[in-house]
Design a protein around this ligand. Structure first.
Ligand code: NDP
Length: 463
């Protein structure tokens, strides 16, 4: 008789939990994985994947416009929101099926229920009101949109969760926040024809990104017709008799809109999980505190993904899952590597980035060479669109290493993936220079910027 019912009990069927559960089961471990909602987690069900489908949908009006310069006449166009939602839901259901099938094929037991810790080895399956035991427990319950209870009238606002299921596309929307989600959704709604206003509390949207990317995307969004109000915050939300919302702002303006979406960050899902009963320590926003190996203070309980509030990105959660497997089941203790994570903001235009921003790099290196190009990409020549691309490489002058690479423009996300390899591999500017250009592409600019545009010495820009 085994000491425990399972070798591993995973709580949470998102990107991190599913990867860990599937790998452990495929190694012959007895695994159960509990999910109270739908397998796939935020990324698949109400995050990255449906968002990207919405981005594609929202880009068609510009494609229609741009086609004229290439000789096309596009007839009358119209957009049907319910069709998009239904097709998106069908795709999400298909992906959810793949996640489940992968787990089942590997031999993991799927538990469709909330699971709560009773102690360090015991889990209660809430739906069946039964308890099971496991040698190891992995918590991968993710996060949810941060609420803003201090804002009077916040209950009238939606989050990204609801944005994926609105019955009707609103005529106008205000979005509060200046991060990934706020910026991506502002572009989505605008592209779909919604009058869109972004309200951000800071001086420039997309804090933590390179300033050229931040300004560039801000300017491009305004040029498209998205209103950006910053710095400002909402003070009060009132619901009017006609159903519209009146948003009172700190700049004394009142916005009248059909919907308000809050995109103010995401909070870890740790409430009611039984963490106190199991003795698991949490941090100041409720995140599970883990060591470098994703282990909590209770040595058989691990946590990965957004619930730990380290880097809130799907590929990071998956990477943490694989490190967990190496550490616990392959006798190869492995710490997740958070250095040089390439990422994209699916704004319009997109941002693709890896490594340090200029401001961060200027603090770390005595002398930087900045290679910067701003140009109209070829695809916009005949279309007449004025949107510019920006490309930027930051080079540590002492070692010639490329320490940051940033792209604003079409397909920047795709470029970031490949730039990520170069920056992760610590390649130098000379390696970039030695690389033959792919012509004619926009990306060739990345290997043909031979002279620095300017230098930064001891934090100061010099010619
Ligand atoms: P972010 O952390 O990116 O942005 C949160 C924004 O809300 C910031 O602009 C922040 O301002 C602002 N904010 C926070 N609290 C308040 C407040 N009380 N009043 C006014 N403004 C406030 O979070 P998101 O919600 O956009 O996204 C969550 C996470 O999901 C991201 O960190 C990202 O890791 C991930 N994600 C990744 C995507 C991708 O890879 N493409 C897409 C979507 C999400 P300030 O900057 O001043 O702090």
């Amino acid at each position: 008789m085994a000491e425990f019912d399972y070798d591993l009990f995973v709580i949470g069927g998102g990107s991190g939990g599913v990867r860990a559960g599937r790998l452990a089961a495929s190694m012959g471990k007895r695994v159960a994985i509990a999910e109270e909602y739908r397998f796939g987690g935020t990324c698949v069900i109400r995050g990255c994947v449906p968002k990207k489908l919405f981005v594609y949908a929202s880009q068609f009006p510009e494609h229609f416009e741009d086609s004229a310069g290439y000789g096309w006449t596009v007839g009358e166009t119209s957009f049907d929101w319910p069709t998009l939602i239904a097709n998106k839901d069908r795709e999400i259901a298909r992906l959810e099926g793949l996640y489940r099938a992968g787990l089942e094929r590997a031999g993991a037991e799927i538990v469709e229920s909330r699971a709560v810790l009773l102690d360090r080895h015991t889990v209660r399956i809430v739906k069946d009101n039964r308890t099971v035991t496991a040698r190891h427990i992995l918590i991968a319950t993710g996060g949810r949109p941060t609420e803003h209870p201090a804002l009077p009238g916040h209950e009238h606002a939606i989050s990204s969760n609801e944005a994926f299921h609105l019955e009707q596309l609103p005529a106008s929307i205000a979005i509060a926040g200046g991060g990934y989600i706020a910026v991506e959704f502002a572009n989505i709604f605008h592209g779909l024809g919604v009058e869109t206003t972004l309200i951000y509390r800071g001086k420039e949207i997309l804090g933590r990104f390179d300033m050229d990317m931040r300004r560039g995307v801000h300017n491009a969004m305004e040029a498209k017709g998205i209103r950006i109000i910053c710095p400002a915050v909402a003070h009060n939300i009132g619901k009017r008799a006609d159903g519209k919302l009146a948003i009172e702002l700190s700049n004394d303006e009142t916005l009248i809109v059909d919907q308000l979406m809050l995109a103010l960050g995401r909070s870890p899902n740790t409430e009611g999980l039984g963490l106190e009963a199991a003795g698991v320590e949490t941090g100041h926003i409720g995140e599970i505190v883990v060591d470098d190996y994703s282990r909590t203070n209770v040595d058989n309980i691990y946590a990965i993904g957004d619930v730990t509030n380290r880097v809130q990105l799907t590929p990071v959660a998956i990477h943490e899952a694989m490190c967990f497997i190496d550490t616990v089941y392959r006798d190869k203790p492995t710490t997740p590597d958070f250095d040089a994570i390439a990422t994209a903001v699916f704004s319009q235009p997109e941002i693709g980035t890896v490594g340090l921003s200029e401001d961060e790099a200027a603090k770390r290196f005595d002398e930087l060479e900045i290679y910067r190009a701003e140009f109209r990409p070829m695809r916009h020549t005949l279309s007449g669109r004025q949107e510019k691309m920006i490309m930027k490489l930051l080079v540590d002058a002492a070692t010639r290493r490329v320490v940051g690479a940033h792209v604003l423009g079409v397909d920047a996300g795709e470029m970031a993936q490949l730039l990520g390899i170069a920056v992760k591999a610590r390649l130098t500017k000379d390696d970039f220079d030695a690389t033959m250009a792919v012509h004619p592409t926009a990306a060739e600019e990345l290997v043909t910027m031979y002279q620095p545009t300017y230098r930064v010495k001891n934090g100061e820009r010099v010619a």
